[in-house]
Design a protein around this ligand. Structure first.
Ligand code: ADP
Length: 760
């Protein structure tokens, strides 16, 4: 056993050193006890003074062997009391040594009958101490094995603990009986110890230990079969006793009973196995039929979650596992594969994502050798020693017991995973075979489902793209019509005042030829000429302003000012018109706002344009409410948010961005009535373009909120303007009028809180 344990090729690494130590101590102890002839210690004799005799030394060595065994148990089952045990036996050694040397007569350790004598004798402290030490060690070791069995997270670990639990009494009791000193008994003891150590060596050196429960079941089934057969034969013998010797029936009956027992043996055995399996809960499924049914069932399923549920259900039925799940390979590159649990109703896998490196031994087993893998192997086998700790912990956190690769035509699709069986039996090779077959079957359906899901995704993307194209086309068509409208608007706006000027000049011409000139009439006419000229001038000024947009040609002069002042100056010239149109204008929240840095004249122009629109597109008797408040924007900068809300006709959401375009006016340009502040009084379509240019140049933002345009229901319009309170140098240096088209990005500006249509 010692030689075997020295082999290097073993698959397990833990506890091998302790195994060698334990075996070595057992070897020396047994050699001294059996091989060295009693009382003939040769040159060593002087060392063994007093009652520290050869049997006593054997007891000491066995005690140390037990400490080694305790440590081995701790290592094997994962505990940590290794060194404590050695400390304990060192103390025993010292105590025994001095005890034996100083009080030679009283200690008869290892002599025949010392164990029973220890309880009767007066001065047997050392014997009692030794026995107590054995009891203590034995209890600790057994408790450790029971604890490890009860808390095992994997069936394989529980099985190992159970195996250990069976071997421990053999080793401990064997050693104790072995050093009992009474001949005959001690040979039995050594035999027990050796068989116990044999089991232990096997357990430590092999990764997978015999399935204890299965062996138990088989033994039980065999015993049952034997008992029944035995009863048949005994029955036959009892019956034949009543038949006279020379009766030929007697022979026939014996032959018949023997034949019946023989014929019954095999069915009986099968029956016993089935019975025992049923009672102890091991599955007896016809796996071929199951796999056939499963592959038929999943063939038509294309929904990923449904597929995952079917695979989980199949594993639960076929292998009676507690739960299962599917890990999908969601993306991969040359080095790693990203693994993600597939969500479905039955899946109980935690929401974890992990990267599986292609260099990992786990990858090699699953995807290169295409073999199933046990969680037990990942944690205990030497082959997986170099797996990165994060990866180990990823797999551990999944709380699964076995994994099988899902590969389709060389493509890695994922991993099928299952937990322990509900019976907590370890997986048999047949179980793993069935598991792998199910994984392969799942792969076929999974690939189809993925293709369908990819196709669906592609279709959705194309549809979204189509919708984008259509809306872009509509916008372009509208913009195109703006250009055409410009000709109509420009000619109309320019022509009207020009015609007036020409008309009045003609009349004045005629009047000048009359002898009597009426000064009042001339005054009215020059007044009208002035008005027309002023309109022309304003129009030309607007056009000039707009032409400067984007050329950085508008020179802005930033001075500290207040929004209150800006709004006052904007509304002041419009007061008369507001009154005429019987509109009610209110302003709230303007007092107490921080100052802003702005080009006051331009700012007034911008606000005036917005308020003018509110006047123009609100029927007589309507309301215009202006509110202002301090806010934090998305970048946590302080901004002033102004809302100019009217109860007018509203604006169609499709035009919310377009109305900021040059010369854009809603509806048929010919339908507008002329007149600067009349209801629906037409302008050239430049007011909002200029307003946005000015606000942007101040690092601000302007947008429209309105549910739609309705001349009867009057949904109203709210114009939002957001201005930063602190203008950065960058803002100032880049301040220029920019025409923001609906297709241009405006990343530099603070994002408004609501109401802004999504830009392209
Ligand atoms: P205009 O010089 O024609 O007023 P603007 O650029 O100021 O040009 O406005 C463009 C268009 O936006 C207007 O023709 C009008 O249709 C629409 N509009 C602007 N403000 C409002 C508002 N408050 N209510 C309804 N429509 C408005």
């Amino acid at each position: 056993m010692l030689a075997y344990s020295l082999r290097r090729s073993s698959k397990v690494s833990r506890a091998r050193r302790w195994l060698r130590g334990t075996l070595m101590l057992a070897l020396i102890g047994q050699t001294i006890h059996f091989v060295v002839p009693e009382a003939h210690l040769g040159p060593l004799a002087p060392i063994f003074v007093g009652s520290l005799t050869q049997p006593a030394i054997a007891v000491l060595l066995m005690s140390t062997m037990l400490a080694g065994y305790g440590a081995l148990t701790a290592r094997y089952l994962g505990g940590r009391f290794v060194y404590g045990l050695f400390g304990l036996s060192a103390l025993l050694w010292i105590g025994l040594f001095f005890g034996a040397v100083s009080a030679p007569e009283k200690v008869a350790l290892g002599q025949a009958g010392w164990i029973t004598a220890a309880f009767g004798a007066e001065n047997a402290t050392l014997s009692l101490a030794t026995l107590g030490y054995w009891l203590l060690l034995g209890t600790i070791t057994l408790v450790a094995a029971v604890y490890s069995f009860a808390t095992a997270h994997l069936a394989e670990v529980a099985n190992r603990s159970m195996f250990w639990l069976l071997m421990t009494p053999l080793v401990l009791m064997g050693a104790l009986i072995g050093v009992s000193g009474s001949s005959g008994l001690r040979e039995i003891g050594w035999l027990m110890q050796i068989s116990g150590l044999f089991g232990v060596t096997y357990a430590v050196l092999s990764l997978r230990v015999l399935d204890v429960r299965r062996i138990f079941r088989l033994t039980f089934a065999s015993a049952l079969t034997l008992a029944i057969t035995f009863l048949v034969i005994v029955g036959a013998i009892l019956i034949t006793q009543n038949i006279p010797d020379n009766d030929p029936n007697r022979l026939l009956l014996v032959i018949g009973a023997a034949a019946a027992a023989t014929a019954l043996y095999v069915p009986l055995r099968l029956f016993s196995i089935a019975l025992v399996d049923r009672v102890f809960g091991a599955p007896t499924e016809d796996s071929t039929a199951f796999v056939r049914q499963y592959s038929q069932d999943i063939a038509g399923v294309v929904e990923l979650p449904e597929l995952s549920d079917m695979a989980i259900g199949a594993l639960r039925n076929a292998l009676r596992v507690k739960h299962a799940g599917v890990l999908l390979a969601t993306s991969e590159n040359n080095e790693t594969i990203r693994m993600e649990p597939m969500r479905s109703n039955l899946s109980e896998m935690p929401e974890l994502r992990g990267w599986l490196p292609r260099s990992s031994p786990i990858y090699a087993t699953l995807f290169e050798q295409r073999r199933p893998l046990l969680q037990y192997d990942i944690e205990y086998s030497r082959d997986y020693l170099e797996v990165a700790p994060e990866l180990k912990s990823f797999f551990k956190q999944l709380r699964m017991s076995a994994y099988a690769p899902i590969i389709m035509q060389g493509q890695i699709i994922g991993i099928l995973a299952m937990s322990a069986k509900s019976s907590d039996d370890p997986f048999s090779p047949q179980d793993l075979e069935l598991f792998t077959t199910l994984a392969t079957q799942t792969g076929v359906a999974l690939r189809n489902a993925r293709l369908v899901s990819d196709l669906r995704k592609a279709r959705d993307e194309t549809q979204a793209l189509n919708r984008d194209i259509i809306s872009t086309k509509e916008r372009l068509e509208l913009l195109d019509s703006v250009k055409t409208d410009f000709v109509t608007i420009a000619s109309h706006e320019l022509r009207t005042p020009l015609t007036q000027i020409l008309g009045y000049t003609d009349i004045l011409d005629t009047l000048s030829q009359q002898p009597m000139i009426e000064p009042d009439r001339v005054g009215v006419m020059t007044g009208n000429i002035r008005k027309a000229t002023e309109r022309l001038e304003a129009l030309i000024a607007d056009m000039l302003d707009v032409s400067r947009l984007g050329l950085d040609a508008m020179d802005l002069r930033f001075v500290p000012t207040s929004l209150d002042a800006v709004l006052r100056l904007s509304i002041e010239p419009l007061q008369e018109n507001i009154k005429q149109r019987k509109l009610q204008l209110t302003a709230r929240g303007l007092k107490g706002l921080p100052e802003i840095e702005a080009d006051q004249q331009r700012m007034v122009q911008a606000f005036k344009n917005v308020v003018l629109n509110a006047i123009k597109y609100t029927p007589d008797g309507g309301r215009i409410d202006i509110t202002a408040r301090l806010e934090q924007d998305a970048d946590d900068d302080e901004v002033i948010h102004v809302e100019i809300k009217d109860t007018g006709i509203g604006i169609d959401p499709r035009n919310h961005e377009l109305i900021f375009e040059k010369f854009f006016r809603v509806g048929d340009p010919g339908l507008h009535s002329t007149g600067a502040t009349k209801f629906m009084g037409a302008g050239p379509g430049l007011g909002l373009t200029i307003a946005r240019g000015v606000i942007s140049a101040h690092g601000g933002r302007i947008w429209i909120e309105s549910s739609g345009m309705d001349m009867e229901k009057l949904p109203g319009t709210t114009v939002h303007i957001v201005l930063p309170t602190q203008l950065t140098e960058r803002d100032k240096s880049t301040s220029r009028f920019e025409v923001t088209s609906p297709y241009a990005s405006s990343a530099r500006l603070p994002t408004p809180s609501a109401g802004l249509p999504i830009q392209g």
